[in-house]
Ligand binder design. Structure first.
Ligand code: F0G
Length: 415
């Protein structure tokens, strides 16, 4: 039994009702299951023998007709033990969950495989989203695979070039709106409410977040059936932190792990309404009028899932941090050079946030920490100006030796 339940008043909505906000009080919805039924299904299931991927967890997901699944092989991303990074930061065990390994290069694919499958189940022909880039690239790919029309609204001039190229290549209709992400999101919400045939796949859609929770399941399985002590991740519109917390609590509830992690949300200083609310100890989030950061993916001033995010942070005894653009870019470079993981600026904010927490003594040296790197570095080539320029030389051995200070090998004489 699957229902869409309001997080505020508990009002229940049918699983197949096309609704984005509670019909009674207007708050966000969340998918609820009968967990006893789920536990019984798991007893009979071979899920543990399936390879790591979103659909390994099909028994935990709200899709029953698997013949409709739209998949590009999402999930199953690496959980990299980063010993060199840990040493630099001053911790014993730091893992990076590298979501750039997903088909379109970000964690959004986990949500879209479920969200677009749901769109097919509901017989929708058009899907829509507002995006700072990754959501649009991901939705465009899954819509292409499913044969659906895809419309995306992006803030004009402010999204990373690689992401725009992806969405165009997958054949989406892209509208650059004169305004920021928050305004684009308000517009697509209104459009989908006016046009019932247009299915909204921003993270307001609780089905999408169900796919994203698989990241938490995977981390527990990759750690051998244990939850980490702490999970650090970037927060923009605040869907992902909520999804991950739901995943961890479900695994705990089902007895698949025996502890829960503390959730740390990291925001860029110029776009940090949630971190400010946590620091103030407030139950409401005050939107930032003109959000600004080099991490364009999380350049969001009015996060739609703020209430779920505050709940995830507080229920997990977690916290929220802010990081400067400078710290983000430094962390991006450090991760690439120490560990061979090239991630986009928003993703690197989790490493920057962790580093700050260690410096402030807010984290125990012995903790097992997982940082989520949400998207691939190649998506945002503009920030590559920061990585320096190649050297130049004539194409002969002597020039290269001179340039790099390579000494000539000693000659070995034949005896
Ligand atoms: N990291 C990256 C790389 C993202 O693209 C996003 C969100 C986040 C983190 C934050 O996740 O919104 O769930 O808190 N990108 C959205 C987009 C907004 O349109 O691609 P969140």
């Amino acid at each position: 039994m699957i229902r869409q339940v309001c997080i505020n008043c508990g009002e229940e909505h049918e699983a197949d009702e096309i609704v984005y906000f509670c019909r009674r009080c207007g708050d966000l919805l969340e998918i609820e299951y009968d967990y006893e039924e789920m536990a019984e299904r798991l007893e009979r299931s071979d899920w543990r023998s399936l390879p790591l991927s979103v659909w390994r967890y099909r028994d935990f997901l709200p899709i029953r007709d698997l013949s409709k699944v739209v998949s590009l092989n999402e999930g199953g991303t690496g959980l990299h033990l980063c010993s060199r990074l840990a040493k630099v930061i001053g911790l014993k065990r730091v893992y990076v969950k590298n979501e750039g390994e997903n088909p379109t290069g970000s964690f959004k694919d986990r949500g879209m495989t479920v969200g677009v499958t749901k769109a097919l189940e509901l017989n929708m022909k058009t899907v829509i989203c507002a995006s700072t880039g990754n959501t649009s690239a991901s939705l465009a790919a899954y819509a292409a695979k499913a044969g659906l029309r895809c419309i995306v609204l992006v803030p004009s001039g402010k999204i990373a070039y690689g992401k725009l190229v992806q969405a165009l290549a997958y054949g989406a209709e892209i509208v650059q709106v004169r305004g920021n992400f928050d305004q684009a999101l308000r517009t697509v919400i209104e459009l989908s409410e006016r046009h019932g045939e247009v299915y909204l796949l921003n993270s307001i859609n609780p089905y999408r977040l169900e796919g994203q929770k698989s990241l938490a399941y995977e981390v527990c399985d990759q750690l051998g059936g244990r939850a980490p002590d702490r999970v650090v991740l970037p927060v923009g519109n605040a869907g992902n932190i909520s999804a991950l917390w739901k995943g961890f609590t479900e695994f705990y509830r089902l007895g698949l792990v025996d502890s829960l992690p503390r959730m740390v949300g990291v925001q860029a200083e110029g776009a940090s309404p949630i971190a400010q609310a946590i620091k103030r100890g407030s139950n409401v989030v005050t939107p930032v009028e003109s959000p600004e950061t080099v991490a364009t993916a999380i350049r969001i001033g009015a996060p739609v899932s703020w209430k779920k995010a505050l709940r995830a942070i507080r229920d997990s005894d977690g916290t929220a941090e802010t990081v400067t653009d400078e710290e983000i870019l430094e962390a991006q470079s450090m991760l690439a050079r120490c560990e061979g993981l090239f991630v986009e600026p928003a993703s690197a904010s989790s490493i920057a946030g962790l580093k700050n927490m260690v410096e402030l003594g807010e984290i125990d040296r012995d903790e097992t920490v997982v940082c989520v790197a949400t998207g691939h570095g190649l998506k945002d080539p503009d920030v590559m100006r920061r990585v320096g320029k190649p050297l130049e030389a004539d194409a002969d051995v002597q020039s290269i030796e001179r340039l790099l200070g390579l000494t000539r090998p000693p000659r070995i004489e034949a005896s």
